[in-house]
Design a binder for this molecule. Structure first.
Ligand code: SAM
Length: 258
């Protein structure tokens, strides 16, 4: 039982995840290509969500390669059907997914939802072949504290706190990820960071508005934000005159040794 707060069966989940993909895919694709994903590779995409990364991987590896895409809810992965793609319902905290060993294992915006991210990382490494690459992409929302809008900052903290509540941590956790990956015995561990700049009315702003729509009751019930302030923040995120820093991306990768 993971307590995941943003069920993919929600009516607007597909739209919500497609907005996230639009924002993150260019960086993910660049990083995976730099690690050497190419024709013939066997890849595992964990917590595949709306499936854009798995779809891109399937194109890259071609008919001689293979992609396994897992999630606790694969309802949005139905369109992925292709000869070289398999979708599997799997909880990464339960162990390594079947179908390995893999040349590349990737997960994005997954670990911050999990009560034991380090166990999930160990499970991912267990299905890598020797020399295979693990690449993890997470988000740490520290840049939201740089906003001069208290309403926006409070909204983002209340939103992300409630999204990750079941993990027992908060959305300022990903700063711990590099050291966590580095202590797993991988070689060539390295990474990079980025942070997003959000304009009101943009696809990324809409992603946070939809996330708040799905989380609204929990956010207000937590006492971290009032309905009035939540609505005010949605107003800011809908206005093209509003600009703010969004989440800080943390990407980290390493290679299995034995
Ligand atoms: C924020 S979404 C990210 C989706 C996708 N990785 C992306 O970046 O576009 C998190 C995804 O992780 C899945 N998930 C949550 N807990 C999981 C678990 N324990 N094992 C596997 N997938 C999980 C959710 O169902 C959801 O699809």
């Amino acid at each position: 039982m993971t307590g995941y707060a943003l069920d993919n069966s929600w009516a607007k989940a597909e739209r919500r995840l497609s907005l996230l993909e639009q924002h993150l895919d260019p960086m993910t694709q660049r990083r995976l290509a730099a690690l050497g994903v190419a024709g013939g590779a066997h890849c595992l995409e964990i917590g595949a969500g709306g499936g854009s990364v798995a779809r891109w991987l399937a194109d890259c590896v071609g008919q001689t390669g293979r992609v396994v895409a897992t999630d606790i809810n694969i309802s949005l992965l139905k369109g992925l059907a292709a000869d070289n793609v398999e979708t599997i319902v799997h909880d990464i905290l339960a162990g390594g997914p079947p179908g390995g060993p893999f040349d590349f294992v990737h997960a994005r915006w997954l670990l911050h939802h999990l009560p034991d991210p380090e166990q999930a990382i160990r499970n991912m490494i267990s299905v890598l072949r020797p020399g295979g690459w693990l690449m993890l992409e997470e988000v740490d929302f520290f840049p939201v504290h740089a906003s001069d809008s208290e309403t926006y900052t409070r909204f983002m903290v209340a939103l992300t706190d409630n999204v990750v509540r079941a993990s027992g941590r908060d959305c300022f956790w990903a700063r711990a990820l590099p050291a966590m990956v580095a202590r797993q015995g991988l070689r060539s561990v390295a990474g990079e960071g980025d942070f997003s700049i959000i304009q009101g009315g943009s696809p990324t702003a809409e992603f946070f508005i939809l996330t708040a729509e799905q989380m609204r009751e929990r956010m207000v019930a937590s006492g971290e934000i009032t309905e009035a302030r939540l609505d005010e923040a949605v107003g800011l995120l809908s206005s093209p005159d509003f600009w703010a820093f969004g989440g800080g991306g943390v990407a980290i990768w390493g290679q299995r040794t034995d």
